[in-house]
Design a protein. Structure first.
Length: 228
């Protein structure tokens, strides 16, 4: 039969308008929420209060020990029933594929961003923390004005590398029938019986985007190393 390039060309508007838009939007939202939530978790893990530190550590270890696809399943299928049980509703609370994906990826990635930020915070000399206290700053002011800006600069390449992994992992939303880039390609492949063409094209697109971003991260890492 031969390789049919025409089916790829016909599908490009749908693949990028529907599929890639979903994938990129989910990646950006989960990255932003994950970094914010992960930074808070990192500060909790470094807290002198044992209960706070243990609670954050338990969350991080739990999320990092469970496959992401299982977390997606749990949230999409179980949380509506748990919500109905808590609220006393007669019917499961409708969450939807999009909201399930956003919340799941944000919660899951926060555990990984937490460990990255924790390493970044610990890389800052303790003398700078004590200097902040000496100036009259409290814990949160010291973190916000002195420690976190330097930690973010040090950890930017690693944070972006984790974001590339997040971009690739978004393809797992196919298990809840969300139309991401891979899901859109799968629908076309099953409709036109052109699985080889569509899945090959998806693999090429993911490779080009991920490899290009990896090169940018490497350049950024070299620039930060020069600044140091």
């Amino acid at each position: 039969m031969g390789f049919d390039f025409d089916v790829i060309e016909r599908s490009l508007p749908y693949l990028f308008r529907e599929g890639m838009t979903f994938t990129v939007t989910l990646t950006l939202i989960a990255m932003t929420g994950g970094i914010i939530f992960g930074t808070l978790l990192a500060m909790m893990r470094l807290s002198a209060l044992k209960p706070v530190s243990m609670l954050a550590g338990a969350y991080v270890n739990l999320m990092r020990s469970i496959p992401l696809v299982l977390v997606i399943f749990w949230f999409f299928f179980l949380v509506p029933y748990i919500g109905a049980w808590i609220t006393g509703a007669n019917q499961p609370i409708r969450v939807g594929a999009w909201m399930s994906a956003v919340i799941t990826f944000t919660m899951f990635e926060a555990a990984y961003y937490c460990e990255i930020m924790r390493a970044g915070i610990q890389s800052i000399a303790r003398g700078q923390v004590w200097s902040g206290y000496a100036l009259g700053l409290n814990y949160w002011q010291t973190m916000g004005y002195i420690v976190l800006p330097q930690a973010f600069r040090n950890m930017v390449p690693v944070l972006l590398t984790q974001t590339i992994i997040l971009f690739q992992d978004t393809s797992l939303v196919y298990v809840i029938s969300a139309t991401d880039f891979l899901g859109a390609a799968a629908k076309i492949a099953n409709r036109d019986y052109r699985l080889v063409e569509m899945y090959s094209f998806v693999a090429v697109v993911y490779f080009v985007i991920s490899y290009s971003l990896s090169l940018l991260v490497k350049q950024l890492q070299n620039r930060i190393a020069v600044i140091r």
